[in-house]
Design a protein around this ligand. Structure first.
Ligand code: ZN
Length: 689
């Protein structure tokens, strides 16, 4: 770990532009990254905090297909929504770019070209999955199949969402095309691979030996298991028409793999920022006295700890991240957050229901941050954090101070007479907090840091409760002045210390305290070293409530919204077919349905679905071909009583004449079920009406 870096390059995972951002993104990546970046800036450090939209993912082309619009239209729409959400929540990026920007296309192309020219890639012709019907090679996300590691049946070609394992599409068991549903065929195609196996011993040394102590256990553990499993060459190009074209001859119709291009987005975003600010971008990526950090969620660990560092190492002129403080996942009310199932709290929607309460959400998310394990966001916890902590502790303390100073001294900071031992002890305790909070932030323990911040407000409340200035004002004017002076110093410290966590509150509080009228604003360090942060005679403003109580009805409204989502999902899952056109009774009576018994059954050869049945219908014994072989074996159905439509015109099915139809239904798992008149006293030939 570097102790006194000259500058910080802080990156936050590039969000996919196939949907808006939700609380899981905020809690896992953007709030912690923002706390860290703001904290370093307050310390006077040189910070480049960069991010941008990842606009080349295959999910984007899937989304475009689904919505019948172009991929560009998809990314334009979500880039705007995401960018605004980040601004609304005070995520203080120095630059928010997008990977469709020219600077990024150029940067990523040059990066690839350099590695290509220096022979850092392996060129390989391999067989890749190809969908004949769709007439295209299938990108990883267009292939679903069974995960070879955990058996999850909906695993994507490149990564299993269930166990997190990353693999090649050809490793999947029973692969299917997500476009047509067909079994894809293999077709030859040429690609470039980064030989990760050649970086294995270097990665071992750098991570396993070098970062055992300072990297988070979840991150270190994942890396170790990856390296222990052995690394294999990884393709960095894809057959796809959406992305950055591979900039070499003979690569027509191929683009850079999104995981090759996306992390380079951090570099191009830094370039864009530096150009705008008239700075040189290179020290932020190439000087050893720069501390580089990647804030990400746990699903991105392998890309930021293994693949991107190997790319940087291969290039040769870049520094490596000092740390990758990845978080686990945040769940919502006990269930995994899901964009497709709409199981989320969307940031743009939150602000409609809770206008101007960004800090409340930031606070609740940090208090529950999934720093060491998956964690749960519940609306009742959100309400409790607001009402019991922000309102009752932080807001209450500030409000008392503002009201009393205005009431007793017309808003002028009083002159203290002399500090009692208790005052001295309180001020000493206050002076310890900046280092305590800083130490937690430097170790990426943001929950702990924020809890200490609230302890500062607790200290203030306890001080006022012990000294009771509202009583002493009648008996001891001098003592009251001293007490209110001390209380104001605590309020002033809070205005500075809360900025990384609650930036909007910090701004308000500084305004209440008329910080802009001071000769020099107090700094983080001043709180540890100076007894006076707000001088006597300084005029403060009136102030207003910093936080307001959140009512049960507001929480109920959110819970109702989630309940409605649950119901809607259930309907979607069972996917009921709409009712057909109304028919007359005469139409119904045309159908002749009887009870029958299956006497014999055999699988029709060369088919998957068909059984040839001999059925006693009471009228006769006839042959019926039924498409039930995927749900039942021949042996299982012999002897079963079934419902038969007997007057259906005979049909030829693969050379066998079928005289009727067995009535079936299908359960939610897709298994067929007989409509079953299998009870005593029901005889073959009985009419169903
Ligand atoms: Zn799996």
């Amino acid at each position: 770990m570097q102790n006194s870096p000259k500058r910080f390059t802080i990156t936050a995972a590039l969000p996919y532009t196939n949907g808006p951002v939700h609380i899981g993104h905020l809690a896992g990546v953007y709030v912690p990254a923002d706390i860290y970046a703001r904290f370093q800036r307050i310390q006077g450090k040189d910070v480049a905090f960069v991010c941008g939209s990842d606009e080349h993912g295959v999910p984007i082309t899937l989304k475009a297909k689904k919505e019948g619009i172009s991929p560009q239209q998809v990314v334009d729409k979500y880039h705007a929504i995401i960018k605004k959400s980040f601004e609304d929540f005070g995520i203080s990026f120095d630059n928010y770019s997008r990977t469709s920007a020219k600077v990024h296309h150029d940067t990523a192309s040059e990066f690839f070209k350099k590695l290509y020219e220096e022979g850092k890639f392996i060129e390989q012709t391999t067989e890749q999955f190809y969908d004949k019907e769709a007439n295209q090679f299938l990108a990883d996300r267009f292939i679903v199949g069974t995960c070879p590691k955990c058996g999850y049946e909906e695993s994507y070609g490149d990564q299993c969402e269930n166990c997190g394992t990353s693999h090649n599409a050809t490793d999947l068991i029973n692969p299917k095309s997500a476009i047509s549903g067909n079994v894809p065929s293999l077709k030859e195609t040429k690609h470039w691979f980064l030989p990760l196996d050649q970086y294995e011993s270097w990665l071992k040394e750098w991570i396993i030996d070098g970062h055992k102590k300072d990297w988070k256990a979840n991150v270190y553990g994942q890396c170790k298991s990856w390296i222990d499993d052995g690394l294999r060459p990884r393709a960095v190009t894809r057959d796809l028409d959406w992305g950055i074209p591979v900039p070499v001859e003979g690569a027509e119709g191929k683009v850079l793999y999104v995981w090759f291009d996306a992390p380079i987005g951090y570099i191009s975003s830094t370039k864009e920022w530096a150009e705008r600010e008239g700075k040189d971008w290179e020290p932020y990526w190439k000087n050893e006295d720069t501390k580089m950090l990647h804030f990400i969620g746990k699903d991105n660990i392998v890309f930021h700890c293994i693949i991107f560092p190997s790319m940087l190492k291969a290039e040769g002129s870049f520094i490596l991240p000092d740390n990758v403080p990845a978080n686990e996942f945040l769940n919502l009310e006990g269930n995994k957050i899901s964009t497709s199932k709409n199981w989320a709290v969307w940031l743009h929607e939150y602000l409609i229901d809770f206008p101007n309460q960004q800090d409340v959400l930031r606070y609740a998310l940090t208090a529950n941050a999934p720093e060491t394990k998956d964690n749960d966001f519940t609306w009742s916890d959100f309400q409790a954090r607001n009402n019991n902590e922000l309102v009752a502790i932080f807001g209450n303390f500030i409000n008392r101070v503002m009201v009393l100073i205005n009431k007793y001294y017309d808003g002028e900071v009083p002159t203290p007479s002399f500090f009692s031992k208790f005052d001295e002890a309180i001020l000493k305790e206050l002076q310890a907090y900046p280092n305590v909070i800083a130490s937690s932030i430097e170790r990426y323990r943001f929950r702990e840091a924020q809890a200490e911040l609230i302890n500062v407000a607790r200290l203030g409340n306890k001080y006022l409760a012990d000294e009771e200035p509202w009583k002493t004002i009648k008996t001891d004017g001098e003592r009251t002045k001293t007490v209110m002076f001390v209380a104001l110093q605590i309020a002033s410290a809070l205005a500075v210390l809360c900025e990384p966590f609650l930036p909007f509150t910090s701004e308000k509080l500084k305004k209440f305290l008329c910080y802009s009228e001071l000769d020099s604003e107090s700094t983080w360090k001043d709180i540890s070293t100076k007894q006076t942060l707000l001088p006597s005679g300084h005029q403060i403003g009136k102030g207003e409530l910093l936080f307001s109580k959140i009512e049960d009805s507001q929480i109920q409204q959110q819970l109702d919204k989630l309940e409605a989502t649950k119901k809607a999902n259930k309907v979607m899952e069972t996917s009921l077919t709409p009712q057909k056109e109304t028919i007359q009774f005469d139409d119904f009576t045309k159908l002749d349905m009887r009870v029958g018994t299956i006497l014999e059954a055999e699988k029709m050869s060369k088919t998957k679905k068909l059984l040839i049945l001999k059925v006693d219908t009471g009228l006769d014994v006839r042959t019926i071909v039924s498409g039930i072989a995927e749900s039942f074996s021949a042996e299982e159905v012999i002897g079963k009583k079934v419902t038969v439509l007997v007057n259906l015109a005979p049909r030829d099915l693969r050379g066998v004449e079928s005289e009727g139809m067995i009535l079936m239904t299908e359960n939610s798992q897709g298994k067929l079920v007989f409509l079953n008149p299998d009870e005593d006293g029901i005889d073959n030939g009985m009419t169903i009406s």
